[in-house]
Design a protein around this ligand. Structure first.
Ligand SMILES: [Mn+2]
Length: 379
């Protein structure tokens, strides 16, 4: 016997998006749509069970309209959906999990391990719920799965800890308990960075990671694990399901002459690295290199040029000004004087860090000859 499963976690549907300016509203809606995409993928792949390992919602106060939409999408799925509530969506008194859910959706309600048996596919799913924001004790204790021909899956929200001495308020799970569990696969949630598939004893386990990033502290592709499980066998593959990814890219723009040239270089670099659909992603571009004195980089203008083809792109100017000091040696105007003084200061610094500070001061000074200096661009 084998079973085809999908494993996802940490969708955080309903979470507020910060830092994306006018795109925040669209991005918030995409997080819910990303779940609908997962349901579609599972349908196409003929999955038997979709495991959701907690933090399905960002908060129990999720909009009723969103819950109703999620329920109706789940109801139309021709597979089983098993949910283990996490610290963001605990099975608390005010949880939407308390309401009626479609028949193919199974939700764990207690903070001790329980099982659901699916006789039709010979699969037993073990899981538990966070009842509040914290679960200080391990929810994975003292289980012995029956020795029969059922495939045993675990679905849990929690944090793997290396010993009993490690404290965690988020269901501290010991690897030795994973090994003792006898599960064929344990689908974990809580850690947003996807892990590889590990094996301890006869039990395979992993964190599938979150499904849509919400910031530049969480980069790269997101999605689900999907594939077949049978006794002693696990063939899960990562499938990208996210709408967009966050990336931080340093781009060298040395010698370029204006915002249009710089924008072009950025677009070409991003297309080279991320392919023709590069515009779907969310970028922070850091400009580096040396720019001639007299070229004034306007990051807001570059952002605006790029965003005709890219969903969202922050631009940070970290370039240095290349100065032809020879050219200024004989100029007795204020600017010439300033450049000579600063060049002297830069040369006199012994540490690279101090040189950098004076180079930045030189750059800000030179910009101030041409326009207003803003310390923080409005991102
Ligand atoms: Mn969590």
């Amino acid at each position: 016997m084998k079973v085809k499963i999908a494993h996802c976690a940490d969708l955080h549907i309903g979470s507020k998006i910060s830092g994306l300016g006018h795109r925040a509203g669209v991005r918030a809606a995409e997080i819910k749509n990303s779940f609908f995409n997962i349901i579609n993928v599972c349908g196409k792949e003929n999955v038997d069970v979709l495991c959701i390992s907690g933090d399905f919602f960002d908060d129990v106060g999720i909009l009723k309209g969103d819950i109703d939409e999620i329920k109706s999408i789940c109801k139309n799925a021709n597979f089983k959906i098993v949910i283990s509530p996490g610290n963001h969506d605990p099975f608390s008194a005010d949880s939407p999990y308390k309401d009626a859910w479609p028949e193919n959706v199974f939700i764990f309600k207690n903070n001790n391990l329980e099982k659901i048996e699916f006789d039709d596919i010979k699969v037993r799913v073990w899981g538990a719920a966070f009842k509040g924001r914290y679960e200080n004790k391990s929810l994975l204790k003292n289980i012995a799965v029956p020795k029969d021909d059922f495939i045993n899956l675990g679905v849990l929200h929690g944090e793997i800890v290396s010993s009993n001495l490690c404290k965690s308020s988020y269901n501290p799970v010991l690897i030795e308990d994973i090994e003792k569990s006898g599960f064929d696969y344990l689908a974990l949630g809580h850690i947003h960075k996807r892990s590889k598939i590990y094996k301890s004893g006869e039990t395979f386990y992993s964190y599938s990671g979150n499904v849509e990033s919400s910031g530049f502290n969480d980069l790269g592709e997101k999605g689900i694990y999907l594939g077949e499980i049978s006794k002693g066998f696990c063939d899960l593959k990562f499938i990208k399901t996210c709408k967009r990814s966050y990336y931080i890219k340093e781009i060298n723009v040395s010698g370029l002459k204006n915002d249009n040239e710089i924008s072009e270089k950025i677009a070409v670099s991003l297309a080279e690295e991320f392919g023709e659909n590069y515009g779907e992603n969310i970028y922070r571009v850091i400009l580096v290199g040396e720019i001639s004195d007299g070229v004034l980089i306007n990051t807001q203008n570059i952002k605006s040029i790029l965003e005709s083809g890219v969903f969202y792109c922050n631009v940070e100017d970290n370039t240095e000004i290349e100065i032809d000091t020879e050219n200024f040696n004989h100029k007795n105007d204020f600017k010439g004087l300033f450049i000579r003084k600063m060049a002297e200061k830069i040369n006199n610094q012994s540490s690279e860090d101090d040189k950098l500070i004076y180079k930045k001061a030189l750059k800000l000074g030179l910009i101030s000859f041409e326009s207003d200096v803003k310390y923080n661009d409005d991102n």
